[in-house]
Design a protein around this ligand. Sequence first.
Ligand SMILES: C[S@@+](CC[C@H](N)C(=O)[O-])C[C@H]1O[C@@H](n2cnc3c(N)ncnc32)[C@H](O)[C@@H]1O
Length: 276
Amino acid sequence: MNFSVAFKKLLEKMQGSPAENPVRELRLLIGHVLELPQEKLLFDGPTEISSTAFKTLSNYVDRRCQYEPLAKILGYKEFWGLKFRVTAATLDPRPDSEVLIETALKYLPDHQIPLRVLDLGTGSGCLLLSLLSELTTATGVGIDFSEAALAVAQENAQTLKIQDRCEFIQSNWFENVSGRFDIILANPPYIDRSEVLSRQTLYDPETALFAADNGLADYRVILQLARPYLKDGGIIIFEIGHAQADAVNFIAQKNGFNLLVKVKDFNQLDRCLVFS
Ligand SMILES: C[S@@+](CC[C@H](N)C(=O)[O-])C[C@H]1O[C@@H](n2cnc3c(N)ncnc32)[C@H](O)[C@@H]1O
């Protein structure tokens, strides 16, 4: 089949999807199926496409029209400039969470010393592995209660060649964690069940999204238990829902933590709290 004809047909269908930029997303899908880098597609693309490839692409575009996120179809998502495998068991890393990495790098005392990092609810491992990619002498532990998510995080560590500096442990928050850490990262579930979410978000695992008590239940548990796991001078960095800063700060104060800074995301919404 002629490539331009195929592209036009697929694009027509793709216009009915929730993609903000249908052309860009279609190119990413085509690159994935034909195993071609984007530059090659743009400047020296194929003239023909096999009927098998066209059928696969057509199926992918149908899935996108059913609101399945592009990352879940491609099987990967970029975060902090790195490529992370994602599956049905992992939350797709969100661009807003990059603010936690920026903040950690800013507030950690000395990047050259071998810092110890704990990532609570590691999912794809995106937070821990991105931070370790910057702090080349640091080591870390990622925990999650989902075995399936931990397998993905481990695979990502291997792909990024960071597996020797991290381990992944199945744990209900601190239950199976030992040792003390310079930094604890946590992006726990924080959405209240009554919140109406976009159809695309519903492809993320429920257990990664929702928490009881107006979305605050997991902050409460983590802040009650965290103290013995922090080294003196250590910090804890949370991702929060944009309206949760005061409530999480209140819980933290009650448990003896001091707010160092509140950081906004790219949309100017409160997204990150740092406590000492
Ligand atoms: C919002 S996702 C964050 C994933 C990843 N850190 C990120 O930022 O993209 C929350 C993660 O916490 C995990 N989780 C939820 N409750 C947990 C618990 N009680 N103990 C350990 N992990 C938990 C979920 O499986 C999920 O991977």
